[in-house]
Design a protein around this ligand. Sequence first.
Ligand SMILES: *Cc1c(COP(=O)(O)O)cnc(C)c1O
Length: 405
Amino acid sequence: MEYTKYLAGRANWIKGSALAEVMKKAAELQKKGTKLISLAAGDPDPDLIPRKVLGEIAKEILEKEAKSVMYTPANGIPELREEIASFLKKHDQLEVSPENIVITIGGTGALDLLGRILIDPGDVILTENPSYINTLLAFEQLGAKIEGVSVDNDGMRVDLLEEKIKELKTKGQKIKFIYTIPTGQNPMGITMSMERRKALLEIASEYDLLIIEDTAYNFMRYEGENILPLKALDKDGRVIVAGTLSKVLGTGFRIGWVIAEGEILKKVLMQKQPIDFCAPAISQYIALEYLRRGYFEKYHLKGALLGYKEKRDIMLTALEEHLPNAEFTRPIAGMFVMLFLPEEANGIAFASELMGKEGVVVVPGEPFYTDDTGKNAIRLNFSRPSKEDISIGIERIAKLYREKF
Ligand SMILES: *Cc1c(COP(=O)(O)O)cnc(C)c1O
């Protein structure tokens, strides 16, 4: 069958992810028996997640709570929305009513729903350059044009953002919103400073733009306790939050949320119902009990987070020792370090050679960039690999780096 002729016109906007390509190649090598060290993941560490405790909760819930195997209300079970509201107040300094929270299928579900109700084909979306590839793909699938704004150690360059907005307006382009990951950004690992956060809100206000704040890494912060989410600084109600428990509970539970008001909240909910009915009930109940019983404090803040911090330090120390002249980011939050090869280097070719010769898997930075400035970047994950693999991985990267440059 020749299926192409059946596809919708908008299917032309659907593109594959370069991440999937890397993972596929790695899986093929592993199948052949090659032992690989992966610094490619975007996951937390399953051994730092209290799986036994979660298992006990799951058993208890399935036996006791008939509703845990049924549909929940489309916006999520009320007790979980209340629990998330108090969780956000306590740990993200954010005052939000449970009525303004919609539980979604992960942060991905939240971003997809927001894209669907906000984006018309041709709309321009401003993001950090580079930004999280999955969101860029989701928005592009809806016909959005992505315009990136360069970043430095303090996050998005708001001066360049304003220039970009002016330039696009002159060209008659319609800017819909700014998509940002202010804390522990993926892929750069940088965190936007408070000053920049305030300036970003001012610009959004001046040009009447919405902001979608992706808070995926707000609970993976190792330093900088006083950094407030954009939403907590938002006086006009122009910040919409896409949140998730994925990096805390594990990416398999699929519990995320939208925080929104008014017509946006209403449309998100109406849009959600026919797409997925609700986030998985069992995951919602597990998340509820996890938060309610204080396990976030006990197992994440006082446990897993310290483990991630240690792994981050091991990675940074190894980079400093083995690649003293290379440029790389030093994250205070999140799970990634971006390493820059020499200017003329090609990250995709390097990653491919690294996998073949040294058995180390990394993700090239290029697909995350909205222009061609990131050809020499590679993204390194420190949350998922073991401490030992981080050290070996960096040593092998450094070996190939020295051979080539
Ligand atoms: C992991 C991640 C998400 C959300 O992932 P889900 O598993 O769908 O909750 C969203 N944004 C960024 C930047 C991420 O890294």
